[in-house]
Design a protein around this ligand. Structure first.
Ligand code: AMP
Ligand code: ZN
Length: 113
């Protein structure tokens, strides 16, 4: 499958990895929208939240605890951060491999555009 994030997960294309374990990988977004902007993805290909299965429950909760730990390590947990998961066309999803954006180190607007 020609998926850019699968290639990043396999190390076939370069990325600035900030965390990795057997299930997930976190790397810097190539087009950062905040001073800190990284993506966390499951290594396993999942198209989007719409194709999640019940078996993926642990994986998704694991992603959130990984984000918690990275944000503590980066010391942005006190000021706060935003976790974003875009789904499908209207959600603004451009890469069809499920991913969570984490943005920090600036005051983020609400509602999003
Ligand atoms: P989304 O619009 O939610 O699908 O977000 C896709 C994100 O992936 C965008 O913020 C892109 O800047 C980012 N992106 C795409 N390709 C790469 C890459 N090779 N390395 C790092 N970030 C990427
Ligand atoms: Zn993929």
């Amino acid at each position: 499958m020609d998926c850019v994030f699968c290639k990043i997960a396999k190390g076939e294309i370069p990325s600035e990895i900030i965390y990795e374990d057997d299930k997930v990988i976190a790397f810097k977004d190539q087009d950062p929208q905040a001073p800190i902007h990284f993506l966390v993805i499951p290594k396993k290909h999942i198209d989007s939240n719409d194709t999640l299965t019940d078996e993926d429950s642990f994986l998704i909760s694991h992603i959130f605890t990984v984000i918690r730990d990275i944000c503590r390590k980066l010391k942005v947990n006190q000021d706060g951060y935003r976790i974003v998961n875009n789904v499908g066309e209207d959600g603004g999803q451009t890469v069809k491999h499920m991913h969570f954006h984490v943005l920090a180190k600036r005051s983020l607007n609400w509602p999003p555009g």
